[in-house]
Design a protein around this ligand. Structure first.
Ligand SMILES: NC(=O)c1ccc[n+]([C@@H]2O[C@H](COP(=O)([O-])OP(=O)(O)OC[C@H]3O[C@@H](n4cnc5c(N)ncnc54)[C@H](O)[C@@H]3O)[C@@H](O)[C@H]2O)c1
Length: 313
């Protein structure tokens, strides 16, 4: 029997890929997005929203979780994947209201609806930014966010767990570590580096370039997210991260090889709230969700370069 999955942030980079995967599997998908501007222009979201709207089993709703009437959503939702959020670090310093309303108040409004759904699982999507400057280790690392974005996402985790304790909403949290690959947001580092590299333009780097990431390839991230619907334990947190820790400078060298030219790099001061190192231990997700971070940085960046060379979308 097919199940009904509500995916919020369904026109976003990760959310749209989750919707496509669920649709392919034969699930019924209620796809919600407010098509917000702010971090990046909504054009790409509008195109993705149109594209997912015509997929088999998908019912798309343009709704802003901050203030639109959510009682229009169906009563028979079995699962929620709450991808909707305002991501990105920089803007969270200058427009905190946008982040607190989209990342926190929206979760409360969604949770109030959750009480009327026969939910098996509510998957709250979170981020390595909740750990802070150094996100190297497993889910027991201390949570010491260094950006307003990280603070709102940590608060959202706590809020979701409060609804679990108070109202038995079956909450699980997934903490993503920098996701990349075809479809990546235009404000994210690799997307910008590749655009500039392909155009032969100067690439701006903030910090020494020795800051590291365990980037997660989009297909691996989506597979882990979808398997959490059945396999994740309620009340638990799981890291979803790439398999290796690679510096920004190493990623630039890979991009240079892929585009076949040396890169012109201009260095700037470290960006406010940036993380030094991220290397998520994914043992728990591997054991319990069957999560596999199978894509190397070279393979993942090759797929992203091809996608951007083709004009994206
Ligand atoms: N991309 C990454 O590297 C990364 C890393 C860690 C965590 N995350 C988390 O993953 C999720 C998806 O991120 P993404 O990279 O796809 O971002 P994205 O900006 O591409 O997608 C988020 C979507 O949520 C929608 N949205 C935001 N506020 C909304 C509201 N109030 N009502 C309705 N829709 C709203 C936006 O319009 C957007 O389409 C977010 O929760 C983010 O915090 C992403």
């Amino acid at each position: 029997m097919s199940r009904t999955v509500l995916v919020t942030g369904a026109a976003g980079f990760v959310g749209s890929a989750v919707v496509r995967k669920l649709s392919t599997q034969g699930d019924r998908v209620i796809a919600v997005d407010g098509l917000l501007g702010g971090l990046y222009p909504p054009d790409e979201k509008i195109q993705r929203f149109d594209a997912i709207s015509s997929l088999p089993g998908v019912e798309a709703h343009r709704l802003d979780l901050r203030h639109d009437d959510l009682s229009v959503l169906p009563d028979d939702i079995d699962y929620v994947i709450n991808e909707a959020a305002m991501p990105g670090l920089g803007l969270s310093w200058s427009d905190f209201e946008l982040y607190s309303s989209c990342n926190l108040s929206s979760v409360a409004r969604l949770m109030d609806q959750a009480k009327r759904w026969p939910l098996t699982k509510f998957v709250q999507i979170s981020t390595s930014s909740v750990y802070g400057k150094n996100a190297v280790g497993d889910e027991n690392m201390p949570t010491l966010p260094v950006s307003p974005y990280g603070v709102t996402k940590l608060a959202a985790e706590n809020l979701a767990f409060a609804y679990m304790r108070d109202s038995d909403v079956p909450v699980t949290v997934l903490r993503y570590f920098s996701v990349y690959g075809p479809g990546q947001r235009p404000d994210m580092a690799y997307r910008k580096f590749i655009s500039r590299a392909l155009a032969g333009e100067t690439i701006d780097i903030y910090g020494t370039g020795e800051q590291s990431r365990s980037n997660t390839f989009i297909d691996d991230c989506v597979a882990g997210t979808v398997s959490a619907l059945d396999s994740a334990r309620v009340g638990e947190v799981y890291n979803i991260a790439g398999s290796t820790e690679r510096s920004l400078n190493e990623a630039l060298a890979v991009i240079s090889d892929l585009v076949g030219r040396p890169l012109d790099v201009r260095r700037h001061e470290t960006a406010r709230g940036d993380q030094d190192r991220t290397f998520g231990d994914t043992t728990k997700a591997s054991q319990e969700l069957g999560f596999v971070n199978s894509t190397s940085l070279e393979e993942g960046l090759e797929a992203q370069v091809l996608w951007q060379r083709d004009g994206g979308l």
